[in-house]
Write a protein that binds this ligand. Structure first.
Ligand code: SF4
Length: 1452
């Protein structure tokens, strides 16, 4: 295919704007039009790095591997489901990178829309000119916003004319500053406003529909970035570029939205058309702004002829937007498919309108040719060389041959028809029908009245049903007989209906080696594991001589070894140009084998024109070198006492072990489990088969116990995991009562699927945000609302009940009270509207009840058992105890669990739930990309799992070479950035499973580790970063390291799992944990060392604190010891509270480590292990009483602590700028907002610090406020460091004191516990609050402001002067009154505030502070004196005298 003008111009833009291009190469016979266009450009300007990835290759990995520090990567491809499905697993990583996906489509957007929900921007071009302009826009947008942009464009026709822009102009366009878009302002309600790139649309003066809810702020921000980029593009091209163009009648009654290439260039009375070219982000208010108020009907036409889901994407967006409109003014919205062929005329539109008015709103309309016609147009091509194998199949099996995924099915079934999943589904269906046929024949045989001739035929067929020839011949005779004689029995009719299954057939799935790249995703794994009688022929075409150049970034997995490991699969490896007879033999044996068979067939060719001699030569090389061994492996021979493995290649017969050791996925498994090698060659897979037999038995037993009871499906929607726990416990209790129960998330099902549900369905849901459903139920809610709005009742068979969980005090204002348990209440109503029958009244679980939600649950649960008729069943066995962290720890064999096995499992990106608890002790948290969690769930793929790795680095000190290695690890294994945390260490995000081990190895190579950076152990020990007093710092830093070493777990599991040190698991050696024991601590444990007058580590927020006390010579004399600080709280659970540590007494330096240890041991033995929410040391001390606790510690010490000595703190913020230490060395504390080390436009901080690390001879110190000190700089080095700091703008401290004193935790998108934004949002909030400060003359006055995404409090919000703790997206708890140097906790001032409320509260408060503050009075003290909030005296009284409003207000 030669490039069309659209492809040529997009390829040119990609070539000019990108540093790296990855091009997906279609099958050889088709050629790539992009590759041709790039070849034509070669030599013009500075060429990007160009990579071509074969169709089955992993383009996502190639992009990630080669992105380096590119300003822009472009991916080019002819869109197909195969190419796009392979991008999906990487899309979470890719979406936050500057990448443009230029996808050329041919009149069908069904495939490209897979990416729509995961990419931040999705543009669509219908003409070649639009493709050119949008390619420019996309490149600028991706490059500036550093986010992925999908640009889908129509391939177009050869004659189209495109106006190009010169290369020099494009380059300056890319680098130009962001433009302010005319009209891009935000009205106070937060709605997006203004017209894209200043072109008021022609209908702009008419009244538009109004939305009742504000838009999602994130989507508004994205939209504004789009507008800014569009405006710049317009300035360059002088052509309009709008997200949607409306044309046609000026007061339309009908509005036709079009997503696709329609070409409505004519007028139809009362009809206007909207051509959409921006699909994401399109805030609802913007969509509504396109709809004139005269419109009563909207038709949404989308060019998705092969769309298989019930609702199309744009239709759903428009329905959701329109739902926000007052019901009297709400237009009807209808969905339609835009066909693919022919020119649409005005008469076609008139017919469409007739069809729309005559049909119910739910009917899907059609304009243009239908899906079937569209599919017929899809051509499939079988490469000619492959007929070498297919001819053998035809020759051997003739009429019996059924190629289940034959390309001929594409016309009727779509492209998926050639996939293994499709073929597997088809075979399952056929086998089920054959089983029905056998039953029908048996039934007829049992019927005494049939003729003896027919009886004899049927009996013979039953005996010979698997015989290829006899089954066909007898089948024909049976059909003849039944058709000639009337047999009045339903079974006879059924036999005739199923006559196609009378002959025994040989079923084959034929595929390419592309499937081997990802066994799980390709569906091959499911086929192999199905146990069904299926034959798979996989043709590998990679020539031996170019084997190392084919997709070098992703190895093919050895399907043969993989299949052999299953134990019940026939496997053969053949090569027709090496041994024709071996091919015949293997294929015949595969056919005979009763179970799955895999035949790997070698056929090395480069193109259709490759000569047979070439193929012969390559085959010989591959077979002789052992690259392609010829073998057959038949597990059924075992039963006959024969050797199952036959090696047919002479050249490697003596080298079998080498064959097994080949570098591939499974040979690694062989190495780690030597017994597997034996299994592979002799009594293969015995253990595997045994395990299977046990599983089958269990499934059968389960079936028997559940056979008489009604099935129960429990669906939950849960963000924090509480509703999930309740749902799972309910399911377990149901099981104990003999019910067949299943439990799943609400979004894992659909309204359609529920309509088929025969049993009982129980829903459990919590609340998110402003009464919204939790993330994993939102799609269901959205769909149910859309269906209910159309008045349909598809759930007439459903019997249901709902249990809702929430907090009746969460929304203190009376006008917000209806948000309490809103999703549950809405669901309860909606299910009834959809036709469901309620079996028990809505259950309401309220956090405020005596026993929390359990109070309501205990009333509701018995109603369910009653409704299901199992209330009288006595549950004899105790219900299984839930597995707690305590069980996991003790069963883990000193933190091993099954982490090693989990790392080897390539079928999932996650580790098992219990292992994720254990990896925390190794410094690793499993997370997933929260930004795309629901989209992935909707797509039916697992969350985008990734891991956070935290380094252990006591005192936060590292050397320049260690910095460089951290920088490199972030690039090679993480998301390209890293974070300085509030515990003075490095944290990497976005590490995927296969990078975990290499990351940990690299960290250890840098002489750092991650052991005990998280988990129920002592975490990274903090230490004041005070380089100006370097002598003292050296002493306390050494002390911090000593404490860390003393409290470090002793398990060898860390070295064994991550560093491949000798295994001590099993019988060899036994680990001991002298301090921790097998249960470790009840909860995390944190230690900090501070040096007055700076409390930069917030010593009182830690379980144990050491406050350095100096002697008269300025040397370290010892420490005042504090205990019982801790920040974590659970919203709505008053048993949890933050607490600051109490001073226990004084100890000298030598006693310090022992004191830390003994405090930890008292906590180990007295901490609450039954309730993790009440397990921290702070609760233990409050439960025991401080005096009793102290005496227990002293008992273990064997001596009393001395009385505490005087000390003074002045501040807990960092001392930015230059300082010189006592030893004459220099230190510069620089500001890194919220600790994120990354390169941003104009702020290349990561690059700058890398350059500094390359020349610096001293150290880097990380502060607990997430900033960096370039430390210990000798005077001679000063000029170069200063130059570099200036060059990279790292010496810029010209920020407001508010910004310098602020800090935020990570939260979205990586932290699994985040309820609201934090790191990404606080800087924006500070922008606004610092304006207020500046207006009041407070630019240089510190106010300690902190934010966290959840109440866990990682950024220590409860000791800030003003703090915000996330409750739901955009909603925060607001706290006031913390002490300036961390000596006093703040208190809840408002239960739930959003940005406008925050600003409305702070504006007068800050003004008053500026006017009325006393000399030196800090903000936290002022708000208490001014009566805004009461002081917090202790953790236990934290909830007393809260601020607030409405009926729950308590006087301050
Ligand atoms: S405070 Fe909560 S949201 Fe923020 S990083 Fe910690 S656990 Fe995550």
């Amino acid at each position: 295919m030669s490039p069309t003008p659209a492809i040529a111009s997009v390829a040119r833009i990609a070539y000019v704007t990108s540093d790296v291009i990855v091009n997906s190469q279609p099958p050889r016979q088709n050629g790539s039009p992009f590759a041709e266009a790039f070849a034509a450009l070669d030599g013009s300007g500075s060429a990007p790095d160009l990579f071509h990835v074969p169709l089955g290759g992993d383009a996502g990995s190639t992009i990630l591997h080669n992105k380096r520090s590119s300003n822009l990567v472009s991916f080019t491809a002819l869109a197909s489901s195969q190419v796009l499905a392979r991008l999906v697993p990487h899309i979470s990583e890719l979406s936050s990178l500057p990448i443009v996906f230029h996808l050329a489509v041919q009149d069908d957007l069904s495939d490209v829309l897979i990416l729509r929900s995961t990419a931040p921007y999705f543009l669509l071009s219908s003409t070649a000119q639009q493709a050119h302009d949008n390619a420019l826009l996309a490149s600028r947008l991706a490059r500036r916003e550093r986010k992925a942009v999908v640009h889908a464009f129509h391939v177009g026709e050869q004659g189209e004319v495109v106006g190009d822009v010169g290369e020099d102009k494009i380059l300056s366009f890319l680098l130009e500053e962001r433009r302010v878009t005319p009209g891009a302002h935000a009205p106070s309600n937060g709605h997006a406003a203004g017209h894209a790139n200043g072109h008021p649309n022609v209908h702009g003066t008419h009244e538009k529909l109004e939305a009742s809810l504000p838009d999602d702020p994130a989507s508004v921000d994205l939209f504004r970035s789009y507008e800014a980029a569009a405006w710049s593009t317009v300035a360059l091209t002088r052509r309009p570029l709008r997200p949607a163009v409306i044309h046609g009648a000026s007061h339309p009654e009908t509005l036709v939205f079009t997503l696709g290439r329609a070409g409505f260039d004519f007028d139809v009375d009362h009809v206007a058309f909207v051509d959409v070219s921006l699909l994401t982000p399109f805030p609802p208010s913007r969509l509504l702004a396109l709809i004139p108020s005269s419109v009563t009907r909207i038709i949404v036409l989308e060019q998705v002829p092969r769309w298989t889901m019930k609702f199309t994407p744009l239709y759903l967006d428009i329905v959701s937007a329109v739902q926000q409109v007052d019901v009297q003014h709400r237009p009807i919205v209808q969905s339609g498919i835009l066909g693919v062929k022919g020119t649409v005329k005005s008469t076609d539109v008139a017919k469409l309108l007739q069809q729309a008015t005559a049909s119910p709103a739910s009917t899907r309309l059609q304009l243009g040719s239908s899906a079937t016609e569209a599919l017929a147009a899809v051509s499939s091509h079988v490469p000619k060389h492959e007929s070498s194998y297919t001819k053998i199949l035809s020759h051997l099996f003739d009429q019996r041959l059924e190629i289940v995924n034959s390309p001929s099915l594409v016309a009727s079934q779509g492209e998926l028809a050639t996939s293994p999943e499709f073929a597997l589904g088809r075979i399952r269906g056929e086998l089920e029908q054959r089983a029905q046929l056998v039953n029908a024949i048996q039934e007829l045989l049992d019927e005494g009245s049939i003729s003896s001739e027919l009886h004899s035929l049927l009996s013979k067929w039953v005996v010979a049903k698997d015989d290829p020839a006899k089954s066909r011949q007898l089948g024909d005779e049976i059909v003849q007989t039944l058709e000639s004689v009337n047999v009045p029995h339903p079974a006879a009719d059924q036999i005739l209906a199923l006559k196609a299954h009378l002959p025994s057939v040989s079923r084959w799935i034929i595929g390419s080696d592309a499937w081997s790249y990802d066994l799980g995703a390709s569906g091959l794994h499911h086929t192999i594991a199905s146990g069904l009688n299926i034959n798979v022929l996989i043709i590998d075409t990679v020539p031996y001589s170019s084997r190392n150049t084919a997709d070098p970034h992703r190895r093919k997995q050895d399907v043969g070894l993989y299949a052999m490991n299953h134990g019940d699969v026939f496997v053969a490896s053949v090569a027709v140009y090496s041994s024709y007879s071996q091919v015949l033999q293997a294929i015949v044996e595969a056919d005979r084998f009763n179970g799955p068979s895999v035949v790997l067939a070698y056929l090395p060719y480069v193109s259709e024109d490759s000569a047979a001699l070439e193929i012969l030569k390559e085959t010989k090389l591959a077979v002789d070198a052992g690259y392609w061994p010829l073998y057959r492996w038949d597990p059924s021979k075992e039963r006959q006492g024969k050797e199952p493995f036959v090696l047919d290649s002479d050249a490697v017969k003596n080298d079998l072990q080498a064959f097994l050791d080949r570098q591939n996925h499974l040979s690694q498994l062989v190495r780690s489990k030597p017994q597997l090698a034996t299994e592979l060659v002799s009594s293969l897979g015995e253990n595997v088969k045994e395990a299977r037999r046990k599983r089958a038995q269990k499934a059968y037993d389960d079936l028997l116990t559940a056979i008489d009871a009604p099935p129960l499906l429990v669906l939950y929607a849960s963000d924090s995991g509480r509703a999930e726990k309740v749902a799972k416990r309910l399911a377990a209790r149901g099981k104990a009562r003999g019910l067949s129960t299943n439990v799943a998330t609400l979004d894992s099902t659909t309204v359609d699927a529920l309509a088929q549900e025969e049993g009982y369905v129980v829903f459990v849901t919590s609340v998110a945000g402003q009464g919204e459903p939790p993330q994993n139920g939102r799609m269901f809610f959205k769909t149910a609302n859309a269906i209910a709005a159309r008045g349909e009742t598809p759930l007439s068979k459903l019997r249901f009940s709902v249990f809702a969980m929430g907090d009746s005090h969460y929304w203190p204002r009376p006008e917000d009270a209806h948000y309490y348990n809103k999703p549950g209440k809405d669901l309860n109503t909606r299910l009834e509207q959809l036709g469901g029958e309620r079996i028990a009244a809505l259950g309401l679980g309220d956090d405020q009840d005596a026993d929390g939600p359990e109070t309501g649950y205990k009333i509701w649960e018995p109603l369910i058992w009653k409704a299901l008729g199992v209330d009288s069943i006595a549950v004899t066995e105790a219900e299984p105890e839930p597995i707690t962290n305590e069980h996991i720890k003790v069963a883990s064999n000193y933190l091993r669990g099954t982490i090693v096995e989990g790392l080897e499992d390539t079928t999932t990106g996650a580790l098992s739930a219990s292992d994720t608890q254990l990896t925390k002790f190794h410094g690793i948290y499993q997370q997933d990309d929260r930004d795309i969690r629901d989209e992935r769930e909707a797509q039916g793929v697992e969350p985008a799992f990734q891991f956070m790795i935290r380094v252990r680095m006591p005192g936060g000190v590292c050397l320049p070479n260690q910095w460089l290695q951290m920088d490199q690890i972030a690039d090679e294994h993480g998301n390209g950035t890293f974070k300085i945390t509030t515990r003075q260490t490095f944290q990497f995000h976005g590490v995927i499973k296969r990078h975990l081990k290499p990351s940990i190895k690299d960290i250890n190579r840098a002489l750092l580790d991650t052991l005990a950076a998280c988990g129920d152990v002592n975490r990274n020990v903090l230490c004041s970063a005070i380089p100006s007093l370097s002598k003292l710092h050296a002493q306390v830093y050494q002390f911090a390291k000593d404490v860390s070493a003393r409290l470090l777990p002793r398990t060898t599991a860390y070295h064994e799992i991550w560093l491949d040190k000798k295994m001590v698991a099993g019988d060899a050696l036994k680990d001991v944990e002298p301090l921790y024991g097998e249960f470790y601590l009840p909860r995390k444990f944190k230690v900090a060392v501070s040096v007055p007058p700076t409390n930069d580590v917030d010593v009182f927020a830690n379980d144990v604190g050491f406050i350095a006390i100096v002697d008269s010579k300025g040397d370290l004399a010892g420490f005042n010891v504090t205990a019982g600080g801790g920040m974590g709280v659970t919203h709505g659970n008053k048993k949890t509270y933050p607490r600051i540590g109490d001073v226990l007494g004084f100890c000298n330096v030598e006693q310090g480590c022992e004191v830390a240890e003994k405090i930890m041991l008292v906590q180990r033995d007295n901490g609450n292990r039954a309730d993790r929410k009440n397990a921290r040391l702070k609760y233990t001390i409050d439960r025991m009483g401080l005096d009793k606790f102290k005496s227990e510690v002293e008992k273990l010490l064997g001596y009393p602590l001395q009385p505490a000595r005087p000390y003074t703190f002045h501040r807990n913020v960092d001392d930015f700028g230059w300082h010189t230490g006592e030893d004459g060395k220099h230190h510069f504390t620089l500001f890194i907002e919220n600790g994120r080390i990354q390169d941003e436009p104009g702020k290349d901080f990561k690059a700058g610090l890398r350059e500094i690390a390359k020349v610096h001879k001293g150290t880097f110190r990380l502060t607990a406020n997430q900033h960096i000190i370039v430390s210990d700089i000798p005077t001679a080095e000063l000029p170069i460091i200063k130059d570099l700091l200036a060059q990279y703008k790292l010496d810029n401290l010209n920020h407001s004191a508010l910004r310098l004193s602020s800090s935020a935790c990570v939260a979205f998108p990586t932290c699994g516990l985040a309820m609201a934004e934090s790191e990404r949002y606080l800087p924006l909030l500070v922008d606004k609050v610092e304006k207020i400060c500046e207006e009041n003359g407070l630019r240089n006055d510190s106010i300690v402001m902190r934010m966290t995404g959840c109440p866990n409090g990682c950024a220590r919000p409860y000791v800030a002067e003003v703090a915000f703790v996330g409750k739901a997206p955009g909603q925060y708890l607001m706290l006031l009154g913390g002490g300036f140097y961390g000596q006093r906790m703040n208190k809840i001032y408002r239960e739930s505030v959003s940005e406008p409320e925050i600003l409305a509260i702070l504006k007068p408060m800050i003004k008053r502070y500026a006017l009325e503050r006393l000399e030196g009075e800090h903000f936290g003290d002022f708000v208490i004196r001014a009566g805004y909030i009461a002081p917090t005296e202790s953790g236990k009284t934290w909830y007393d005298r809260l601020g607030g409003e409405g009926e729950y207000r308590e006087a301050a």
